[in-house]
Ligand binder design. Sequence first.
Ligand code: SAM
Length: 184
Amino acid sequence: MSEFQPLWDEAAEIWDANTEEPSFRGYVSADYRAVYESLVLLQGHARTFLEWGSGLGVVSIMASRMGFEAYGIEAEAELVEYARLLSRAYQADAKFAAGNFMPEDFEWNPARGHEISRTVMDSGSGYAELDMELRDFDLIYAYPWPEEHDLYQNIIQDCGRPGSLLLSYDAQEGINLVRIQSAG
Ligand SMILES: C[S@@+](CC[C@H](N)C(=O)[O-])C[C@H]1O[C@@H](n2cnc3c(N)ncnc32)[C@H](O)[C@@H]1O
């Protein structure tokens, strides 16, 4: 059994109890075990970690416990509160901000195939609260909707650090890891 099983179970219970709540409307949890196994392989290859759309914070909490300097940005303030409670309960040092993970200087462009299905576009940037910028992160983790994968890569290409890693989860495709080169 994984050391994180109690965390995964508690997060599942919170989700079960809140499925009808508006703040959980865009929330679906990834396969935590699959993400955990990817993080194990990335230990030593990245120091700073950011979870885009951190939900209940489970992945950031695991990353923190595994030695990454871990942060999460989540649009729904209620989910951020749960994430902070879980981080304390599981002795992690993950830091969470309520806001948008999309950097303010990112130019959304439908001509580049930037489709949006569930990504929230209307909340203020979450980076200032963390006192960090996207380019400060070595490793970004996200669970985009299927048609949003290109958008997520483009955000890091345009606003992140060349050479940073994007780890993503997809319900059909599973885990994917790409090293992002700059757009220019
Ligand atoms: C599919 S869930 C993934 C939850 C968690 N990261 C995981 O992998 O289990 C996506 C989360 O992203 C949040 N979200 C959507 N758009 C966002 C945005 N622009 N900025 C921050 N959070 C966002 C949603 O509220 C939701 O909690």
